[in-house]
Write a protein that binds this ligand. Structure first.
Ligand SMILES: Cc1cc2nc3c(=O)[nH]c(=O)nc-3n(C[C@H](O)[C@H](O)[C@H](O)COP(=O)(O)OP(=O)(O)OC[C@H]3O[C@@H](n4cnc5c(N)ncnc54)[C@H](O)[C@@H]3O)c2cc1C
Length: 329
């Protein structure tokens, strides 16, 4: 059975960055993904450094895939349903196949699931494409300056999101999906910020042309917004991490340091699966860290070569580690 230096599960910004680095370290690297990168759903992103005119999510993923492949990374589609640490290394099983994949090291860049508003898939994705349904105020709040903004989800998370968006518009309304669970402190903060709070639940969602309507129980006419942000939470795709025995944080994420290594030797995590800010640039940085750490980990277990033999200035070897950890020399 073929043994890869590293398998990366996930072909989003985290996995593809890790693949690029490992391929350029001349590692045999395989990327496996099931076609569900969140980046593929981005109509246009305006906060990825280096793209002043914005870039479409699918175009960015295609460029990153091409970039990694140019240096020899192999990218293939498939859902990984089993992961085990076996022998030295890892064994992965794909859905609908007896084939097993083996690697000496593993990077999990499996992203997350978003809790979504109840709309048919096609309608939902069209609303995202039209920019009237958004899931990431950090990403695109700027695109909605002075617009009518609805936030769906009346709890502490929804309140925080509404308060964050207040910087961009004075016309913000917080509505519950089902029931309101705002505590008095959040209510006061919202009131002080001039954010309207509706306490009755939404009974119908209807994207209409260039606006998004929500029908509130008991109201005759729907509320109409230029954009709606559901603040309903996320679930990290940690099934494989759990199979491999990783401990999760309170929010269901892997540890903030997991791009640098985990309790499972040879296992690294990157991107949205990791505790922290769920953003493309962060995912790219994690990918670079995880790849460099994985490469060093492999080097330490290999027979001495020109780059590990005694005589190589310590500064060079140490330099790579310092860059990877961000720790002072
Ligand atoms: C509508 C929308 C707009 C956004 N706008 C922006 C923006 O403007 N700026 C920004 O910085 N961020 C934005 N984001 C967030 C951004 O998309 C994510 O932060 C980024 O994609 C995270 O990268 P990742 O590689 O960690 O995860 P993802 O890109 O989600 O990739 C996860 C990968 O793992 C694979 N995978 C998971 N489990 C398995 C498995 N078991 N087997 C095989 N493959 C598996 C998936 O197929 C996928 O390839 C937006 C997100 C959405 C949904």
């Amino acid at each position: 059975m073929d043994q890869w230096d590293c398998i990366i599960v996930g072909a989003g910004p985290a996995g593809l960055s890790a693949a690029l680095y490992l391929a350029r370290f001349r590692r045999r690297v395989l990327v496996v993904h099931d076609g569900r990168s969140r980046a593929l759903r981005i109509p246009v992103t305006h906060n990825v450094p280096g793209f002043p005119d914005g870039v479409e999510g699918p175009a960015l993923v295609a460029r990153m895939t091409r970039h990694a492949e140019r240096y020899g990374a192999v990218v293939r589609e498939g859902e990984v349903v089993q992961a085990a640490a076996g022998g030295p290394g890892f064994i992965l099983t794909l859905a609908g196949s007896r084939e097993q994949l083996r690697a000496r090291s593993l990077v999990l860049a499996t992203g997350l699931y978003m809790e979504q508003v109840p709309l048919d898939d096609g309608v939902h994705e069209a609303a995202i494409g039209a920019g009237i349904l958004r899931y990431c105020p950090v990403c695109d709040g700027y695109e909605h300056i002075d617009e009518r903004i609805g936030v769906i989800g009346s709890d502490g998370h929804g309140a925080n999101e509404a308060l964050f968006l207040r910087r961009f518009s004075a016309d913000i309304t917080l509505v519950p999906l089902n029931s309101s669970e705002l505590d008095p402190r959040d209510r006061t903060r919202l009131q002080r910020a001039g954010i309207a709070v509706v306490d009755r639940p939404v009974i119908h969602h209807a994207p209409r042309g260039d606006c998004y309507q929500v029908q509130i129980e008991g109201d005759e006419a729907p509320l109409s917004f230029d954009v709606v942000y559901p603040a309903l939470g996320v679930r990290q795709r940690v099934e494989l991490a759990v199979m491999l025995g990783l401990e999760l944080g309170e929010e269901g994420t892997t540890h903030a340091r997991s791009p640098l290594g985990t309790d499972v030797p040879g296992l690294y995590c990157a991107g949205d699966i990791v505790e922290g800010l769920d953003q493309i640039s962060v995912a790219m940085g994690h990918g670079a860290l995880a790849a460099t750490r994985a490469h060093n980990w492999l080097r330490e277990r290999e027979p001495p070569t020109f780059d590990t033999a005694p005589g190589v200035p310590e500064r060079v070897k140490g330099g790579l580690d310092q860059h990877a950890t961000g720790e002072p020399p």
